[in-house]
Design a protein around this ligand. Structure first.
Ligand SMILES: [Zn+2]
Length: 167
């Protein structure tokens, strides 16, 4: 197979992938099919929408405060504009913009963001969010890595780990 962009032949392999293209610098997928060409390394995944949704579920169950990138990720994966998401959260869109750019939303808003996303995406296990959020109370650090690890079937297991900023 040839890449349409660089016209090089793809090289396929299996490995771990730093899933920055999701918009999350702290997202990783382990043991996944990769394609390499002149453009760089990319994921070879058919059901990308499902992977992005599973990553969204991992974000709303993160045992730590949401980061700006994660808030933006949830909004975008819900298919909402900043204005629409702000309206659902009962804040004005400048407030939302500050959150997406790194200002901590505070605990009540952090929880609400998760639940608005869950409602919008019809997430099947909303009660889990409470348990995850309880852990978030102890964890002050926002830079927690989210690792998707292939499980039986099409799903992923999620592993959270402290991220080294320097990489
Ligand atoms: Zn290419």
């Amino acid at each position: 197979m040839k890449c349409n962009a660089c016209e090089q032949i793809y090289v396929e392999s299996t490995g771990d992938y730093h899933f920055k293209s999701s918009g999350l610098d702290n997202a990783y997928i382990e043991d996944v099919r990769l394609i390499k060409c002149g453009c760089g390394v990319g994921l070879k995944i058919k059901a990308m929408g499902s992977v992005l949704d599973q990553l969204g579920n991992a974000v709303i169950n993160k045992p730590g405060p949401l980061s700006g990138q994660e808030i933006r990720y949830l909004r975008k994966n819900a298919g909402l504009s900043a204005r629409e998401f702000a309206r659902l959260l009962e804040v004005n869109h400048t407030t939302l913009s500050k959150w997406e750019n790194g200002r901590a939303p505070g605990r009540a808003s952090d929880l609400l963001i998760r639940f608005v996303y869950a409602a919008w995406k019809e997430y099947q296990h909303p009660k889990r969010i409470f348990d995850s959020f309880k852990q978030a109370r102890k964890q002050k650090k926002r830079n927690i890595g989210i690792k998707l690890i292939p499980a039986a079937g099409e799903g992923f297991e999620v592993e959270y780990a402290a991220v080294d900023n320097h990489e």
